[in-house]
Design a protein around this ligand. Structure first.
Ligand SMILES: Cc1ncc(COP(=O)(O)O)c(C=O)c1O
Length: 444
């Protein structure tokens, strides 16, 4: 173990400077912001985040899986500075610049499968989803869409219609898009068909055909099925092998487009560039954002050329694919491809192994799952009944914060572990050690 200057707490957070900023923020910002806990950031470096009172934290949430290259990655920072010094904006929907062409070419070539792709750049994940809704409807001339329970695809009116994460994200906003149908995700631990069985028979996919497509909607009216290859906000749920392939077959049978939302699980986080690469399934449309720009706002819709048949002006964006964001994304991809993806695979193994060891020690842990640096730990009151224990997650996140570890919950009662892809073995062991201590303290 080398000596590290983090985690290191000099005052109980929120300290005096943090408290002043929290009060000011509360006076002026929209009530819609949740604010998970009073972390007030001053700067970051690698996997370390420092607050305005000088507390240094180990980051296991990366600003919700966004700070892929960590904080202040030299490659990303210098790419951003260099691009900013030349021009901040010219509007990629209307004019040309090299970084936009280069990023679209790069993403099209990186996307899974052999078919030629075309890329539309956005400012966020939500906008990538919105673009996919429009392109799917436009290219199929169908209107219905299928998404999964627990899904999170964004918050604009179209995207939030596909989201099925928390009722409050819909409350008061209706009517949302019509003809959106939600079906159960391959959530093995809580599956109505196979949670107690030895193996998964993918009954959830059969059910789409047998129930949804038989009783509720004609599959020939369905434009697209939207799915997260690993469900993020829903609880870091890794579906069984074969799930994506079965969805591909189902879509092919009815001419439905398959959209993979890799906004949270893509860009090397799982140890491969895309989470769907683990199953080798090619979608019709792939969505990315979050980690793509290391924190600069950029997302993309990557579609097969055969479906990108909309006319000029059908869709566009003033800021989407901004040159500074394109530079950040290109530098991020360089870092991910050359070093961080392999690190995510190796450190992810260590994290998963360590989380499983915690499960042996703490009966409150009901399930551990993950791929690469995307690990979910689900908490239950009782392993037999599997009753969720959301209060345990809340208390754990709070306790860890006061001890210098940044965590975040997901789903009803899971903890998501999503550190920056730059973490090393010492970071992983330190983080797991703090979680262990916090759980032990909680059971006393
Ligand atoms: C899988 C997934 N899709 C879409 C989104 C929406 O992205 P954004 O918040 O950038 O609009 C998120 C954000 O958490 C996400 O996790």
């Amino acid at each position: 173990m080398t000596t590290r200057n983090y985690p290191a707490m000099v005052t109980m957070p929120p300290g005096p400077r943090a408290r002043a900023i929290v009060d000011r923020d509360r006076a002026w910002t929209s009530h819609s912001y949740i604010k998970e806990y009073p972390l007030v950031v001053a700067r970051g470096e690698g996997a370390m985040v420092e607050d305005v009172d000088g507390n240094r934290y180990l980051d296991f949430m990366a600003g919700i899986a966004v700070a892929s290259t960590g904080f202040g990655h030299p490659r990303v920072v210098s790419a951003v500075q260099e691009a900013a010094s030349r021009f901040l904006h010219i509007c990629g929907s209307d004019f040309y610049y090299e970084s936009m062409a280069a990023l679209c070419e790069r993403l099209a070539k990186l996307a899974p499968g052999p078919t030629k792709k075309r890329v539309f750049l956005t400012n966020s994940g939500t906008e990538a989803t919105e673009a996919a809704i429009k392109l799917a409807r436009h290219s199929t001339r169908r209107t219905a869409m299928v998404a999964f329970h627990g899904a999170f695809h964004g918050r604009s009116t179209g995207a939030v219609s596909l989201t099925s994460s928390k009722a409050r994200q819909h409350a008061g906003f209706g009517p949302l898009l019509p003809d959106v149908h939600h079906v159960p995700y391959a959530y093995r631990y809580r599956c109505a068909w196979c949670s107690r069985a030895d193996r998964c028979g993918l009954a959830c996919v059969d059910n789409i055909r047998a129930d949804l497509f038989t009783r509720h909607v004609d599959p020939h009216d369905v434009a697209a099925i939207f799915v997260e290859p690993i469900q993020g906000e829903g609880g870091y749920i890794v579906p069984p092998d074969g799930f994506l392939r079965s969805l591909r077959e189902l879509c092919d049978a009815y001419g439905i487009l398959l959209v993979f939302d890799e906004i949270q699980c893509g860009i090397g986080r799982t140890g491969k560039m895309w989470a769907c690469d683990h199953e080798g399934v090619e979608p019709d449309i792939l969505l990315t954002a979050k980690g793509l720009g290391s924190g600069m706002p950029i997302g993309a819709m990557i579609a097969r050329e055969s479906i990108d048949r909309w006319q000029g002006g059908a869709h566009g964006s003033t800021f989407g694919g901004n040159p500074v964001c394109c530079a950040a994304a290109l530098a991020t991809l360089d870092a991910v491809e050359t070093e961080l993806m392999a690190n995510a695979a190796a450190m992810g193994e260590r994290l998963l192994h360590g989380a499983r060891a915690l499960m042996e020690k703490h009966a409150i842990i009901g399930d551990v799952r993950g791929r690469g640096l995307m690990v979910g730990i689900e908490f239950v009151r009782d392993r037999g009944t599997r009753e969720p224990a959301p209060d345990v997650v809340r208390a754990l996140v709070e306790r860890a914060f006061s001890r210098g570890l940044l965590l975040l919950g997901a789903g009803k009662s899971a903890l998501r572990l999503a550190p920056p892809l730059v973490v090393d073995a010492q970071d992983i062991d330190t983080g797991l050690g703090i979680i262990d201590e916090c759980l032990a303290a909680g059971s006393r």
